[in-house]
Design a protein around this ligand. Structure first.
Ligand code: SF4
Ligand code: SF4
Ligand code: FES
Length: 242
């Protein structure tokens, strides 16, 4: 292996889902041979080179830091963020598809409308009708710690798009991302709407369509655990029923 090869310089084969509804009758997979120098540390770096080769290739990206959540896609069969996927973890052939279960707008860009509709349905904001204090609503250190592992969600949809229950019922099942956010506010000591929040989820589909398959937790690129949050909401449902 030459020094350049050991630094990651080699040609990789990309097989990419292509679909432009204005020009194509149906989707197709397009192959690219892309010579890389080894400077492309993350998949997003390689994708930018691919776009230079074919400017019609469409995908979303913004922050390139795992913060904006816009470059979620299916990478060799598993959802992830292109900007957080190290090229060293991928083989010589890389298959890229849009997030499964979501309508495709073009190439790797999906329609997130239903996903965000579910997110908004859980009222993703603090509800507290007490007059706000002069400075801020204080929490104990322990109460604040309860929000760790919840507030970090960047709404990339990798989890909901890997969840079979969400594929079949995206209009009825809130999905792992929305339920993680629901628990983020249920767990917040400053929020006063726990009763209404649980009422809003007490339905055969909205919460209970989760079958504990755990794809959501296994796929989250931020290392979060939506399945645990869903379990916590179920516990709250049981506790208030007794
Ligand atoms: S829980 Fe993880 S995978 Fe799901 S939307 Fe949030 S950051 Fe993305
Ligand atoms: S644990 Fe529940 S929410 Fe997560 S992937 Fe499985 S069915 Fe979907
Ligand atoms: S580009 Fe923002 S999360 Fe990847």
């Amino acid at each position: 292996m030459t020094p350049a090869e050991s630094a990651g310089a080699r040609t990789r084969r990309f097989i990419v889902y292509r679909y432009d509804p204005e020009r194509d009758d149906k989707p197709r997979m397009q192959e690219f041979e892309l010579p890389l120098t080894g400077e492309e540390r993350m998949l997003l770096d390689a994708l930018m080179k691919l776009k230079a080769l074919d400017p019609s290739l469409s995908f979303r990206r913004s922050c390139r830091e795992g913060i904006c959540g816009s470059d979620g896609m299916n990478i060799n069969g598993w959802n992830g963020l292109a900007c957080l996927t190290n090229m060293r973890t991928l083989g010589d052939t890389i298959v890229l598809k849009p997030l499964p279960g979501f309508p495709v707008i073009r190439d790797l860009i999906v329609d997130m409308t239903q996903f965000f509709r579910q997110y908004h349905s859980i009222r993703p904001y603090l509800v507290n009708d007490e007059p706000p204090p002069a400075k801020e609503r204080l929490q104990s250190i322990e109460a604040r710690d309860e929000l760790n592992g919840l507030y970090e969600c960047i709404l990339c949809a990798c989890c909901s798009s890997q969840c079979p229950s969400f594929w079949w019922n995206p209009d009825k099942f809130v999905g792992p991302a929305g339920l993680l956010w629901a628990y983020r506010f249920l767990a917040d000591s400053r929020d006063e709407a726990s009763g209404e929040r649980l009422d809003n989820l007490a339905d055969p589909y909205r919460l209970y369509r989760c079958r504990t398959i755990m794809n959501c937790t296994n796929v989250c690129p931020k290392g979060l655990n939506p399945a645990r949050a869903i379990g916590k909401i179920r516990e709250m449902m049981v506790r208030r029923a007794v």
